[in-house]
Design a protein around this ligand. Structure first.
Ligand SMILES: *[C@@H]1O[C@H](CO)[C@@H](O)[C@H](O)[C@H]1NC(C)=O
Ligand SMILES: *[C@@H]1O[C@H](CO)[C@@H](O)[C@H](O)[C@H]1NC(C)=O
Ligand SMILES: *[C@@H]1O[C@H](CO)[C@@H](O)[C@H](O)[C@H]1NC(C)=O
Ligand SMILES: *[C@@H]1O[C@H](CO)[C@@H](O)[C@H](O)[C@H]1NC(C)=O
Ligand SMILES: *[C@@H]1O[C@H](CO)[C@@H](O)[C@H](O)[C@H]1NC(C)=O
Ligand SMILES: *[C@@H]1O[C@H](CO)[C@@H](O)[C@H](O)[C@H]1NC(C)=O
Ligand SMILES: *[C@@H]1O[C@H](CO)[C@@H](O)[C@H](O)[C@H]1NC(C)=O
Ligand SMILES: *[C@@H]1O[C@H](CO)[C@@H](O)[C@H](O)[C@H]1NC(C)=O
Length: 664
């Protein structure tokens, strides 16, 4: 009997462990993380089996994922009357009973992802006045009829991904007039017929996601005169099935891209014929293989944007016609070896061109883009672009170019006035591209409209005071990761011409000191980033030239702040001194006092700690209090010492006098 009892107790204990049922809701409630007081709480992964009493009834946003709530009753959430958002991901929910949310008038989002649902009562979603977002991802659904339709008239998004649905159709009773997003990705939908599509007719401007469904056929005319905001058939093997099925439809964004691990047919012009009889503005065909023929583009003439990322082109065909509408062309991750291989003249209206992450070393060629009179944005980052005398001939005729991204490329030599052809440039990004810029006059001479210049980690010649001449409109300059001779920012530095500068990044520049007047010309500076340098208190006098600046001095070598520097700090708006070896002894007393009185100016006080003396190392500066006045014992010793000195003086003087008179 006893052994049976013992085994029973063991089992009970195991069950407890496995289901976490034994954990009392009240006791763990304290562990819910308060994200915003009285509003937002995160109770995820706490093994709770009920809503903790301690959760305030004013809670609006509740993450209750990864707990244990097998039945949702009308009482489960009744106390939380203000709930707006409720995440119940993986709570092992099987049953959702009548009126489970009856008290939750304001509830607009319910997430039920990953629950093995067995039953949902017809009135389960009664209560909320405007339920807008429902997520049933991975809930084992085999039919949409499982979801009760009562009180879903306001539904805007319905996520049904990763289930076993075989049709896109919604029941005729399903209210779709407000539906904006229907997500059916990764189900088992193989056939699409007229009737199913017709059930979505009320949802104008719908975003329909069918990614990862293996679609075998679409009934002829199924999408006739339907309009969609976006249709996603990602991972489709044969795009012609989709395009033939979409005859006479109007679709803003059509996603027909695929993935690297899917075996796909090469796309031939015939497979794209269907596009000629429908209206599409934005088309994505990423990761496909194409046959090399201008005819591929024959039905693309209505497109405004075309994404051919990673689609194995080493050149685009010549003789493409009728692409006058195309505004944006994405050719990232292809294998062109010369920019001229884009045959840019085929796309005369382009305003945005992206050739990012090219797999070959990309040569900029000579005037390859000169026919793109309207080009505003050009991104050539991560494309192993190299150039010996940049950039007048390379960027010929790009008179309206505003954004140019040449970051993460091979070394460039910039000519004098390198951007003569693009006087409208507003943003230039050269980050992590080594620049050789000994040219005179400055390579940026004519860029009066330039607002943002990223020269981070470019190994620029910082000792050339004329390097940035001409940039009188520059607002944001990133020079991080460039070094200065002897680690000193001199008085006559390259920042002098930048009268409009608002943001200056000088982090990780190996700086040990800023000379007096080094920052004198930067009257509009709002943010100065000097993180990760080797600045000490003696090298910071130049900061007194700034006013109202947000000063970031984190991770330097500052120990003691002398009174002069304290005055400079006082006139700034925000200061970050975290990760400095600050001295917490009486020699830094003025600063420690100032720090406590100016906490509202201090950024990251948690990481602003003492570096000295050793017993205080790591202590937060805001918590340190020193008494630097002399103590009673100290005063006693000082008085004693002074008295001793006087006594000794009298004794010695007396001896001297006595000896002197003895001699007489
Ligand atoms: C939270 O609610 C309590 C009790 O209603 C109230 O005392 C407190 O001020 C509230 N806190 C905030 C940040 O609103
Ligand atoms: C909640 O449901 C139970 C039956 O499950 C019922 O007896 C009770 O009246 C309901 N409470 C409210 C407030 O409707
Ligand atoms: C259609 O939906 C998109 C986003 O889903 C929105 O930006 C657009 O304004 C909508 N168009 C109409 C006509 O409602
Ligand atoms: C497309 O529309 C045209 C004209 O409205 C019609 O002749 C044609 O049959 C339609 N095609 C399909 C597949 O519905
Ligand atoms: C496009 O529609 C026309 C009639 O509207 C039809 O003759 C033609 O075959 C269709 N083309 C394709 C590729 O379906
Ligand atoms: C330039 O490209 C790089 C890499 O693709 C990217 O990280 C950066 O944000 C881009 N710059 C701008 C200003 O968008
Ligand atoms: C360069 O700086 C700009 C402005 O801060 C930023 O938008 C861009 O992302 C930076 N480039 C890189 C490669 O980080
Ligand atoms: C500058 O500081 C870094 C760490 O922040 C250190 O590794 C380096 O040795 C210092 N350089 C000099 C010259 O003090």
């Amino acid at each position: 009997m006893a052994s049976v009892m013992a085994i029973y107790m063991c089992c009970l204990f195991l069950v407890c462990l496995l289901t976490s049922q034994c954990v009392g809701a009240g006791s763990v409630a304290k562990m819910c993380i308060e994200v915003t007081a009285n509003l937002t709480y995160n109770c995820g992964e706490l093994g709770l089996n009920g809503i903790p009493e301690s959760l305030p009834s004013t809670t609006k946003f509740l993450d209750f994922s990864f707990n244990f709530l097998p039945d949702l009753q009308n009482s489960t959430f009744s106390r939380l009357r203000d709930l707006v958002y409720l995440d119940l991901t993986r709570c092992e929910i099987n049953w959702v009973h009548e009126d489970a949310f009856q008290n939750n008038d304001y509830l607009s989002t319910i997430v039920l992802t990953g629950n093995p649902l067995i039953f949902i009562a017809d009135t389960a979603f009664e209560g909320p006045k405007a339920l807008k977002h429902l997520t049933f991802t991975q809930t084992g659904l085999t039919s949409v009829t499982f979801i009760p339709t009562q009180n879903l008239g306001n539904l805007e998004t319905l996520h049904l991904g990763s289930n076993h649905l075989s049709s896109i159709g919604l029941p005729s009773t399903f209210p779709t007039h407000n539906l904006k997003v229907l997500d059916l990705e990764l189900n088992a939908i193989h056939h699409i017929n007229k009737k199913d599509v017709a059930s979505l007719k009320q949802a104008t401007n719908l975003t329909l996601n069918l990614k990862g469904n293996n679609i075998w056929d679409i009934e002829d005319g199924a999408f006739h005169s339907m309009t969609f905001q976006s249709l996603n058939f990602g991972g489709i093997n044969d795009v012609s099935i989709v395009l033939n099925g979409l005859q006479n439809s109007t679709i803003h964004t059509l996603w027909l891209g695929t993935f690297q691990d899917v075996d796909n047919l090469d796309i031939s012009p015939a497979m794209l014929q269907g596009l000629c009889n429908m209206s599409v503005e934005v088309l994505n065909l990423q990761t496909h293989f194409f046959s090399d023929s201008a005819a591929i583009f024959q039905c693309f003439s209505g497109l405004q944007e075309l994404d051919l990322t990673h689609s194995h082109w080493d050149s685009l065909p010549t003789g493409i016609e009728g692409m006058n509408q195309l505004k944006k062309l994405v050719l990232n991750q292809n294998q062109m070896d010369n920019l001229c291989q884009i045959n840019a003249a085929n796309f005369p209206s382009l305003t945005h061109l992206y050739v990012k992450g090219n797999f070959q070393k990309l040569d900029l060629g000579n005037g390859c883009l000169e026919k793109l009179k309207h080009l505003l944005h050009l991104d050539l980052s991560h494309s192993q672009v190299e150039s010996v005398a940049c950039c007048s001939s390379q960027l010929r005729n790009l008179a309206h170019l505003q954004h140019l991204n040449l970051s993460y490329n091979d070394p460039h030599s910039l000519q004098a006035e390198a951007f003569r052809e693009c006087p409208q440039l507003e943003l230039l990004d050269f980050a992590f591209t080594h620049l050789h810029t000994d040219a005179s006059p400055s390579p940026f001479q004519n860029l009066h409209l330039l607002r943002v210049l990223n020269l981070s980690n470019c190994l620029v010649e910082t000792s050339n005071p004329r390097l940035l001449v001409g940039l009188q409109g520059l607002w944001h300059l990133d020079l991080s990761g460039n070094s200065f001779p002897s680690g000193i920012l001199p008085k006559d530095n390259l920042l002098q011409p930048l009268a409009s500068l608002g943001v200056l990044i000088l982090s990780s520049c190996g700086l040990t000191a800023l000379e007096q007047q080094a920052l004198g010309s930067l009257g509009k500076l709002q943010y100065l980033d000097l993180q990760y340098n080797n600045l000490t208190e003696s090298g910071l006098a130049a900061l007194s030239e700034l006013k109202g600046t947000h000063l970031n001095l984190a991770a330097n070598s500052i120990r003691i702040i002398p009174p002069g520097l304290l005055k400079a700090f006082s006139q700034q708006s925000i200061i970050d001194l975290s990760h400095n070896p600050l001295d917490c002894t009486c020699s830094n007393m003025d600063f420690l006092k100032w720090f406590r009185e100016n906490l509202q100016k201090i950024s990251d006080p948690e990481e602003t700690t003492c570096g000295n003396p050793p017993p205080l190392r790591g202590a937060k500066l805001s918590t340190v209090t020193l008494s630097c006045a002399l103590s009673g014992v100290g005063i006693f010793f000082v008085v004693f010492f002074v008295l001793m000195l006087i006594v000794m003086f009298i004794v010695i003087a007396r001896r001297y006098v006595v000896r002197k008179y003895q001699n007489i």
